[in-house]
Design a protein around this ligand. Structure first.
Ligand SMILES: Cc1cc2nc3c(=O)[nH]c(=O)nc-3n(C[C@H](O)[C@H](O)[C@H](O)COP(=O)(O)OP(=O)(O)OC[C@H]3O[C@@H](n4cnc5c(N)ncnc54)[C@H](O)[C@@H]3O)c2cc1C
Length: 512
């Protein structure tokens, strides 16, 4: 672990950058815990908005983007609700609710804008992390086809979903994705939607590129450095205790603002910070597995991300999908996820993670979720008993001619689903939740969905919460340049939606 930077001048504890206080060797303006996509995005924003602030990132692993942000630990979908059916639930009367889909898409447009800005300025090479991959939904059976048609009708005229096509015709669907059709029972009712605006994102490559940008501008990144404790001092600054995983030594650093971008490790650290806002929160880990085609020949036969319908009891993010992926410049094909289970909160975490997250304040919510989510538990047990043959059977529902010997199993990242106090019990949530102290001086991110795709709006909202004066004041103009439509709704302005989509596609080298 590297030592901290030399003594210097820093931002004042009041957050007013014009007032500086003398800082000691281990004092920083900002400390970011974890080197995943969230911290990388925040470090990039801060280095643009406040180039002189001292920022340090502590990461417990030997490199960046090695937990959930690693390309093989997530599905790499640029989540924009073009194909994910769980964002458009159907009511008992058959109507499709598109509110969540609009929200997810709006958020992804903001991420695209920030990446496009950085690419235009020459700071990011888009070919290293984002590719056009059409997004498709694919279903079988009459009720599901009717649902998909209703979903299509509800979305097709919205400015954010332009170009969406629907078909029940085998030849049309074969043109979009031949693997879905060849070898399929002719009598089966099928339906699909297709949209060329979809993307595949290598969030690991993006994390590394953003951290490179931030580190070239003075951000310190220290690897093998595990944050073990976070405590507030009498002077209002946060003291972060960091353990060198190489030699076991510990060192303390301080900052007036700390972001816990520790992924699955965030719950423990927020609990240690003692902020009242974390009371009642718990976590339930679900791990994932994917099948990956061993040969690129198979991968090259498919060019789409095809999302289906979730099984009964399956958590929303366990919807099966057959995905084109671009990782390390190569095209791949992946199917899954299959759920797995381990009590670890990080893939490289500890077996005691779940147990040590239990506090008097979250015990009841945890127990309550345990006894009320029978469908989920049944689903998890059924997934844990799957062998290669059964996994291939699930794959064949999408790719009927899949051959078992052509696929290998890979283990994805851990997702820690948020358990939140509700009344006397608790509720299991599948989204993300920013938990911050009332003064915004410490914040952390819990949960994992829609995840990395929404890193930009999540970090912008966090900056607004932590630094409201700067955000509304001296940063406002810069934020408008970095993410022009932040604060507006593209869905309400078709002309702006079209212009923005075309401009970001141009800058990122994506289909328009
Ligand atoms: C199976 C699966 C599929 C997914 N699919 C998608 C998808 O298709 N699209 C999408 O947008 N999102 C997807 N996600 C979600 C996405 O991967 C995450 O939301 C995102 O990567 C989280 O980024 P992060 O920076 O918060 O966490 P991470 O990438 O996990 O980074 C956290 C970092 O903090 C470090 N850390 C933890 N504790 C400490 C500590 N005490 N001290 C120092 N460092 C610490 C970890 O080592 C890690 O490097 C998926 C996730 C999973 C698991």
């Amino acid at each position: 672990m590297r030592a901290g930077r030399d003594a210097g001048q820093g931002r004042s504890e009041t957050g007013d950058p014009s007032v500086t206080t003398p800082l000691s060797r281990n004092d920083r303006d900002v400390i970011l815990v974890g080197a995943g996509i969230m911290s990388a995005t925040l470090a990039t924003f801060l280095k643009i908005l406040e180039p002189d602030w001292t920022i340090e990132v502590f990461e417990r692993l030997p490199g960046a983007g090695r937990e959930s942000s690693d390309p093989w630990h997530n599905a790499g979908t640029g989540h924009s609700a073009l194909c994910e059916l769980n964002y458009t639930p159907q009511g008992p009367d058959g109507t499709v609710n598109i509110t969540k889909a609009l929200n997810v898409n709006e958020q992804f447009q903001l991420s695209r804008q920030f990446w496009a800005h950085l690419a235009t300025e020459g700071h990011l090479d888009p070919t290293a992390f984002i590719h056009t991959v059409p997004h498709m939904s694919f279903v079988t059976g009459d009720p599901n086809s009717a649902f998909l048609k209703a979903r299509y009708e509800a979305l097709k005229d919205n400015p954010l979903f332009q170009g969406m096509e629907f078909s029940t015709d085998r030849d049309t669907i074969r043109e979009w994705a031949p693997l879905l059709i060849d070898g399929r029972d002719e009598s089966q009712t099928i339906a699909a939607t297709h949209n060329n605006a979809g993307t595949d994102v290598d969030f690991g490559a993006l994390t590394k590129a953003l951290l490179k940008f931030a580190s070239e501008r003075g951000t310190e990144i220290t690897y093998n450095a595990e944050v073990r404790d976070v405590k507030r001092g009498d002077d209002g600054r946060w003291t972060v205790t960091v353990r060198d995983r190489g030699n076991g030594s510990t060192e303390a650093y301080t900052a007036p603002f700390v972001f816990i971008g520790a992924g699955g490790g965030a719950l423990h650290l927020l609990q240690k910070s003692g902020i009242p806002e974390i009371a009642g929160f718990g976590g339930f880990p679900i791990s994932g597995q994917f099948l990956r085609a061993k040969r690129t020949g198979v991968a090259k036969k498919h060019q789409a991300k095809v999302y289906g319908k979730a099984a009964v009891g399956a958590p929303p993010m366990s919807v099966p999908h057959l995905d084109t992926r671009y990782v390390g410049g190569e095209q791949h094909l992946m199917f899954g996820p299959y759920a797995g289970w381990s009590p670890k909160f990080l893939k490289n975490g500890r077996w005691t993670d779940l147990f040590t997250s239990i506090r008097p304040g979250n015990l009841l919510p945890l127990l309550n979720v345990g006894v009320t989510n029978f469908d989920l538990e049944k689903y998890l047990v059924s997934q844990l008993t799957l062998d290669h043959k059964k996994r291939i059977a699930a794959l064949r529902e999408y790719y009927p001619e899949a051959r078992p010997e052509e696929w290998e199993l890979i283990v994805a990242g851990q997702r820690v689903q948020v358990i939140k106090k509700k009344g006397k019990g608790g509720t299991l949530q599948f989204g993300t939740e920013v938990v911050a102290s009332s003064d915004g001086s410490i914040a952390g991110l819990l949960g994992a969905s829609p995840g990395a795709s929404t890193a930009v709006p999540i970090m912008l909202n966090l900056l607004d919460r932590a630094f409201p004066e700067q955000f509304e004041g001296k940063w406002a103009k810069a934020v408008k340049t970095l993410v022009p439509t932040f604060g507006t709704k593209l869905a309400d302005d078709p002309a702006l939606a079209k212009k923005t989509f075309e401009a970001t596609s141009e800058a990122l080298g994506l289909a328009k």
